[in-house]
Design a protein around this ligand. Sequence first.
Ligand code: TRP
Ligand code: ZN
Length: 884
Amino acid sequence: MKDAQPRTVRLRDYRVPDYLVDQTRLHFELQPRGTLVRSQLHIRRNPEAVAQENGGADIKLPPLELQGVELELLSLAIDGEPVASESFRTSVEGLSVDVERPEFVVEISNRINPEDNTSLEGLYLSNGMYCTQCEAEGFRKITFYPDRPDVMSRFTTTIVAPRDYPVLLSNGNEVERGETEDGRHFVTWEDPFAKPSYLFALVAGDLQHVEDAFITASGREIKLQIFTESKNIGKCEHAMRSLKKAMRWDEEVYGREYDLDIFMVVAVDHFNMGAMENKGLNIFNSACVLASPETATDAAFQRIESIVAHEYFHNWSGNRVTCRDWFQLSLKEGFTVFRDAEFSADMNSRAVKRIEDVSMLRTAQFAEDDGPMAHPVRPDSYMEISNFYTLTVYEKGAEVVRMIHTLLGEEAFRRGSDLYFERHDGQAVTCEDFVKAMEDANGVDLQQFRRWYSQAGTPVLEVTDAYDPGTGDYALTVRQSCPATPGQPEKAPFHIPLKMALLDPIGNDMPLDQAGHTELVLQVSEAEQTFRFKGLPEKPLPSLLRGFSAPVKLRYGYTPEQLLFLMRSESDAFNRWDAGQRLAFIALESLQQDYRAGREMQLSPELVSAYRAVLQNRELDPALVAEMLSLPSAQVLAEEAGEIDAQAIIAAREFAEVSLGQALHEELLATYRAFTREGPYRPEADDIAARRLKNTCLAFLAATGEATYLALAQSQFESAGNMTDSAAALAALVNRGSEAQMHGALDSFYKRWQEDTQVVELWFALQSNSARCGTLEHVRALMQHPAFELKNPNKVRAVIGGFANRNFTQFHKADGSGFEFLSDQVIALDRLNPQVSARLVTPLTRWKKYREAVGSQMHSALKSIMESGQLSADLYEVVSKSLA
Ligand code: TRP
Ligand code: ZN
């Protein structure tokens, strides 16, 4: 456990490292409770530090600082001589060693305990398999080291283990293997690329693997291997195909080739995040790599494709060019998320991918940007860096890169990325270096644009317009503002690319300039700005922020009639969808008002007819139709509300779903039938789209509660040949079926799949997410289920996270029982896994947005966490900032 009041680390205090490590030799002797680690570090005074600190002359050498947490130090030597006890100091953070020469070799041995490591950071055991997670600061839980990303070293790693751990893996190429005298075996790995310690990895276990090969553009053959426990060996094929697609795509789109001769992927069940890009040895959460048609949904197949690509892309955007310090995290994460989003868009439906990403941004990132943990894409300070692996750094960071792409255009962006990779290959750099490369390659000025990296909060764009029928002049006035966020009361205007078009009364895009362009990117850069268009024959309807060209909230006073028009005529698929969302939002707002006033609710007939038209449109991509039929999530409605009334939001959504199901049941059933396909499962875009639409229809039909439609769900449940159809039918029965149907389906599903970890996680999530069966009592019972494990983050996220984040009704119950439950779980988890506890607490941090009665209960739940005793640095940071 860390200090009660952790220190704040600030970007402005950054200093270059005093020493560099040219070579790192590691030697592991694996034992569950007492693994021995020996290291040999070839260290040299950093010339840059000499220049910076002492004006070029080293008068006295500073001590060597090595981070180390929860390590048992066994020996310490420099240049072969043991270091005398008065020449080094130890603390809870590591070692400080006096230095006599500017170049020397340090040898350290220490002991660690993987078996008791429940933090899943450093070296730990997962189902008997040894694995590591070093990003961001986990390497210091393995051995003493300058654990910072601007220290890059060449690593050689020897792993010694008993024979019942036949597979021993680390980064780079295998260079030696053999037996020890006592009957154990060893393997030595050498990574020719200098890397920071956070990219180190080690895996040891009784694993099987599948193997394939990839021929690079320059004709090199790369060996590809995916390792898992033997029971999952049949679930690797999709990840392998995704990997090969990603490798080809990065060559074609970015001109980036893989650099080692081997690329390995390992699946582990206990993992804090999705996956990790360790050099040549990516480690994945099983849920993000393993799939078979019988056991994985389409959503899982797509998630796997994008995460495999994400980690692979890091080999250039993250590993070859890495971060100078952790404030620059978005340098690799924002850019890599942008890259994987473009990859997924190219592999599947571009419009649908964009809609999914923007929904997520609006649902969760906007809320983060509006809450107590709001921070810029490049934060100025942190207590615990693990808390900054956020939607802001990842998703908003990707939006910032996307805006550069929009401002520069495809080709100029590629020139910028080429220059960036060429200029900084092998270096640890900053977000500033990225922007500078984009500028230098193209002779553009992104000075004001840089504010996207330093200012937090979601900007609001208010747009008004005026048309003069006499002259045909049309003026679009844009006002921008950005709410205050912690530590940033005032914001300067952002440079915002506003992609737009003007629609004529038939719905065609009007020519906007002499050249006949029908779409423009307006450069919004002032607090208020007017853009003028001349000689328009008719009053246009503006189509604004096409493709969601900037991460902002756009306000324009569209009438319901105009939104209906856009839903029919927009040529930009994203805006077409967004018009539907805006129309549904207006309808749901009015239902919430009815609910609060105790009036009978009445769904807008316009929304019903708009949905009917969408359902009957056979020209649209069925995946887009499914998206257009999906009502805004409860979280999006909450985010937009001045004051959140969870019960009103749920009542309104519920009423709308049931009403739409009743009013459109014939069209829904016809569509359901039209998109029910025979034939073997294929996780390809067209089939995924058909299933998506069919199952969206099923959910509306089941919402009516009518016996025929529940029977339809029941029969789909019984006959489904893939997990997508099976899980959708099960969800319909759980949410809408009778008690008997619900329990019958849940029981038979569990019996069939109890041996499959990923399916059991889905089974847990379906229950905890559901207002119907995911009551607090039921969630407590699930935690007693033999398949539940508090030490496994996937299980915690499925059961507790699902309840707190997605089960809006039950979690926000008026008696506050949901909040109290969550605070108890957070306290218990903090002792085991601080990264997980600090994330799990998120729903409580939004207490200020709720009605007084509810908000104060959330506030006291937070206070009870604070007063529960010694908190981890992770949890302390989130709770203290939320209470402030
Ligand atoms: N770099 C990883 C990614 O985005 C993130 C990651 C994986 C991570 N595991 C982690 C971050 C543990 C913090 C802690 O691809
Ligand atoms: Zn990443």
